[in-house]
Design a protein around this ligand. Structure first.
Ligand code: B3K
Ligand code: ZN
Length: 866
């Protein structure tokens, strides 16, 4: 297979201005008739070549004349018409089989309902079409179906409904907005609906409807609330109002990823929509809020202004993640949200960036675009926009956004055009900034500080270097904003002067391989608090000593850096122990400092819960190579034990004192209290004292919400033994009819680090409730194991790797997109200790050798090998 390159971009040869689609829905034989108003784009004599895959063609006609053999060609990927007129009507009719579409792309069936997923290139499985985001068309859609498919939904406004003979009915929808075909959606089936309304700032009333499985409407209430808050927030934060009179969301159970922003008709994975206290955890609530907002925000950043080509994916995704993060910070607190976002970035994006799958925020070639819905495009894409805002300031940033919305509304555009808006709004040359989009890899920066007591100056020397990544051997320096402040050794803010101006905080732009800055008026030996708020997605090394980290952990006014100081200290202790040099004194000192931070009356529970968690094994694995996952796990457990023993009384006090009183509320304060209580219990689980298992079992049994039930079960899992077995069985028996809860049951076991867990995990694929064809269930077991259980995944026998490869190969047979999303954990073989690396590599080789492998898996597995 040949890669597609950004440099080969050509405007579309033919445009489609209007389309009229008619769906005659039948589970196995759906007929799709399409009438397209086609126009040649520019002066050329190229043939018309429209995409089409797995379509059984019934007829092709131009201007009402049915074409005969020889007038067109249909192969596995294209409909080609050699010499069409300059402007004409193209009519096609095809037959498709939604029932047997297990790739969950195009038109398929889930839970007895029809639904669609078209991004990125699924529309070509519905009808012949120039399936690319720069063809913008006006859609009218007529749906005909048996009356048992009660709701017939598509994008835009409902213009007509009616009865048909034979127990059938129809609905016609018209979307007045131009859109690319990837935003097309259709849903047909028996559903319950939760309805609400919102009045926009200009006084228009928008009908809001969330469609769910029968009986589930009450569980959509939180998503509805999140939707209304998102709509209002976008008006306030970005001046963006909703544009149709109707906004619909539909939840489906079989979905390849989280959710999809189809114009006026979002389709969601039910796991990111349905919640009530009994079945959803606080983490679920938080994700629902974030994803509902994200998909809604796409209406402006993605739908009204879309991407010219798929290389520009970050234009909509990075920007929309950035907007989503702004919303979540406003809803739940800036510092805690920032810490959580950075944890995700490090775990997913930094690991991607250090491995063979590293790619720039704007890639320059791909085989399957579906493989590029990555943490780099999304999370680093958002970081890049955050840096832009830091560099030009909030006012110029908002002006740039306004300009972008004004200038490009209704267009399919590029990252260059987006950046140009900020260059104009700020009056700055942002030429250098573009390297953030073009260069893969995580920059390493260093910072050293020299204090001159007599002169009261602090000299800062910062350096940067980005390691080579595949295809990019040498890297240019990037403009890196480093937000920085000073503390004295008592933890008080220390003012300083920069270029003669007094201040508490400054942004140093590290835009050369080395930059020197001298701060003046520094009254005493400072502790440098650098990269505040994680002002750039880099790895920073400083010459600070542990005692300075302790000052920060106790008192840094930048809460991100306060948390980060604790993480740095813990990581050093764990890494030394894993290298055979335990620092017992340091470990005690760390435990004491964490104890003091827990008692800080001024900081909130959610923040303390984050403080209590040690760096993840996957993060530690990025810090040294070759990686020995077993040694890292043991060293981390040793520090957990030390904390558990040292803080025993404190943890018990928190566990008792933070019990929920009264009604469950999913808000930030309630969630923070439960998070801290469950974090305390999780740490207690490291303590071998007998009564801890009883406490955990009591916690599990007394739980009145899913957050605490899972918290209890998690602690029991870490303790192991009969109490865990009992609770696990009880949990299953109680929830066996709730698919989203049973997903949690699988996921929890997938994460079980205990020595005997591997056999159970591998055996779970034979459990009657396991279902490879349902992506949620598959990921619950397989992804949670491969991504969040390093010590068992990296079993010395290689059985963990073999298991993952078996799953990838099997799932690739029917759902390549989801199979490909499982490949990532196999990309790390080069950094592992050699025995393990060889076993992992062998599994990649086995995958690549499979005959008939999809392009999706082939692309990632071969890149992982090279
Ligand atoms: N745009 C979709 C993701 C589509 C993934 C296609 N493989 C959801 C989102 O980012 O909002
Ligand atoms: Zn998105």
């Amino acid at each position: 297979p040949q890669p597609i390159r950004l440099s080969d971009y050509r405007p579309p040869a033919y445009l489609v201005d209007d389309v009229h689609l008619t769906f005659d829905l039948q589970p196995n034989t759906t007929r799709v008739k399409a009438r397209l108003t086609v126009r040649r784009n520019g002066d050329h004599s190229e043939p018309l070549a429209f995409n089409g895959e797995r379509l059984k063609a019934v007829s092709v006609a131009i201007d009402g004349r049915v074409l005969g053999d020889g007038e067109y060609v249909i192969d596995a990927e294209l409909l080609t018409i050699p010499a069409p007129p300059a402007a004409f009507t193209l009519e096609t009719e095809v037959e498709i089989d939604p029932e047997n579409n297990k790739a969950l792309e195009g038109l398929y069936m889930s839970g007895g309902r029809f639904c669609t997923q078209c991004e990125a290139e699924g529309f070509r499985k519905i009808t012949f079409w120039p399936d690319r985001p720069d063809v913008l068309s006006r859609f009218t859609v007529r749906i005909e179906a048996d009356r048992r498919f009660r709701h017939l939904l598509a994008n835009g406004n409902l213009v007509e409904t009616g009865e048909l003979p034979g127990g059938r009915h129809f609905a016609v929808w018209n979307d007045p907005f131009l859109k690319p075909c990837y935003l097309f959606a259709l849903v047909a089936g028996e559903l319950d609906v939760l309805e609400d309304k919102l009045v926009t700032k200009s006084g228009r009333t928008v009908d809001l409807r969330i469609y769910v499985d029968p009986g589930m409407a009450p569980r959509a209430a939180y998503a509805m609330d999140a939707l209304k808050r998102s709509m209002t927030w976008d008006e306030e934060a970005y001046g963006r109002e909703y544009d149709l009179d109707l906004f619909m969301i539909v939840a489906v159970r079989d979905f390849n990823f989280g959710a999809m922003e189809n114009k006026g008709l979002n389709i969601f994975n039910s796991s990111l929509l349905l919640a009530d206290p009994a079945t959803a955890t606080d983490v679920d609530y938080e994700r629902i809020e974030a994803v509902v907002a994200h998909e809604y925000f796409h209406n402006w950043t993605g739908n009204r202004i879309t991407c010219r080509d798929w290389f520009q994916l970050c234009l909509k995704e990075g920007l929309t993640v950035f907007r989503e993060q702004g919303f979540c910070a406003d809803m739940r607190g800036e510092a805690v949200q920032r810490i959580k976002a950075v944890k995700v970035l490090r775990m997913r994006q930094f690991s991607e960036d250090q491995g063979p799958l590293a790619h720039p925020v704007r890639p320059s070639s791909y085989m399957k675009i579906d493989n590029f819905y990555t943490a780099t495009i999304y999370e680093k894409g958002s970081e890049v926009i955050g840096m832009l805002k830091t560099l030009i300031g909030a006012d110029a940033f908002r002006k740039g956004m306004d300009l972008y919305f004004d200038r490009h509304d209704g267009e399919a555009t590029t990252v260059e055009a987006f950046i140009q808006c900020f260059a104009e709004a700020s009056g700055r040359d942002l030429g250098d900034f573009f390297a953030w989009y073009e260069q893969a890899g995580t920059p390493r920066i260093t910072l050293s500080a020299t204090y001159d007591e007599a002169a009261r100056t602090l000299e800062l020397v910062l350096t940067q270097a980005t390691p080579p990544s595949n295809g990019q051997e040498t890297k240019r320096p990037l403009p890196i904003p480093v937000t920085l402040g000073l503390l004295d050794h008592e933890g008080r803010t220390l003012a300083f002067e920069r270029d003669g101006q007094a201040m508490d905080e400054t942004v140093i732009v590290l835009d050369q391989p080395e930059v020197k800055v001298t701060l003046t008026g520094v009254d005493s030996l400072p502790v440098v608090s650098a990269l505040r708020g994680f002002s750039a997605p880099v790895v920073m090394k400083t010459d600070a000593e542990p005692k300075e980290r302790y000052v920060q952990l106790a008192a840094d006014p930048d809460l991100f850096n306060r948390w980060e100081a604790g993480q740095d200290l813990a990581a050093d202790l764990i890494l030394s122990r894993a290298a055979g040099k335990p620092n017992e004194v340091g470990e005690e000192r760390y435990a004491e400092a964490v104890g003091r931070a827990l008692n800080d009356q001024a900081s909130d529970n959610a923040f303390k819960a984050l403080l209590l968690a040690l760096p993840a094994e996957t993060d530690l694995a990025l810090m040294r190579s070759p990686v020995d996952p077993g040694a890292l796990h043991d060293a981390r457990e040793a520090l957990r034990l030390r904390l558990a023993l040292h803080l025993d009384a404190e943890l018990r006090r928190l566990h008792t004192g933070l019990q929920d009183l009264g009604e469950f509320s999913p808000d930030a304060a309630g969630a923070g209290r439960r998070a801290l209580r469950n974090a305390a219990l999780e740490l207690m689980a490291a303590n071998p004292r007998n009564d801890v298992a009883d406490i955990a079992l009591g916690h599990f049994r007394a739980a009145v919400n899913m957050t605490d039930q899972i918290g209890g079960l998690n602690a029991l899992m870490l303790i192991g033994g009969p109490a865990f077995e009992e609770a696990l069985a009880d949990f299953y028996a109680r929830w066996k009819d709730e698919p989203l809860v049973i997903d949690k049951w699988f996921a929890l076991q997938g994460r079980d680090p205990s020595e005997t867990a591997l056999g159970r995990i591998l055996g779970l694929t034979a459990h009657p409730a396991f279902d490879q064809k349902n992506p949620n269930r598959l990921r619950a077991l397989v992804s949670s194991f491969a991504n969040f259980n390093p010590v068992r995944f990296h079993d010395p026998s290689g059985a963990g790797y073999r298991f993952l490869a078996d799953q990838i190969i099997a799932v690739d047979g029917f759902n390549p997109m989801t199979a490909a999303r499982l490949v990532d954990p196999l990309g790390g073989w080069r950094r592992l200790k050699p025995e393990l690396g060889a076993l992992m590599k062998a599994q990649l080789e086995r995958i690549v050798a499979v005959e008939g492998l999809s392009k999706n898996v082939y692309e990632l597995a071969t890149r992982a090998l090279n």
